[in-house]
Write a protein that binds this ligand. Structure first.
Ligand code: FES
Length: 76
């Protein structure tokens, strides 16, 4: 679904994640990240808030270029 600036209703970013709440907010304790954590930014993951690779299908279907946020633990 391409974005159309003249559309009366802008397209939704979130299609499926926690649709029963007013605002999706997730908290991850940084101490729980052992080596790295990969977080979804395309809103298509079925393992929210983590990336499950669904951005690849989304990018192919829409010609978008979104990808995850990767957080790595600093090595001592
Ligand atoms: Fe959403 Fe990978 S599944 S960024």
């Amino acid at each position: 679904q391409a974005f159309c600036p003249k559309a009366r209703t802008p397209p939704l970013v979130n299609l499926n994640v926690k649709k029963d709440v007013n605002k999706v907010v997730d908290t991850v304790d940084i101490e729980d990240i052992t080596e790295k954590a990969v977080f979804c930014r395309c809103w298509r993951s079925k393992n929210w808030p983590y990336c499950d690779g669904a951005h690849g299908t989304h990018n192919q279907a829409t010609n978008d270029n979104v990808g995850p946020l990767v957080i790595t633990k600093k090595k001592d």
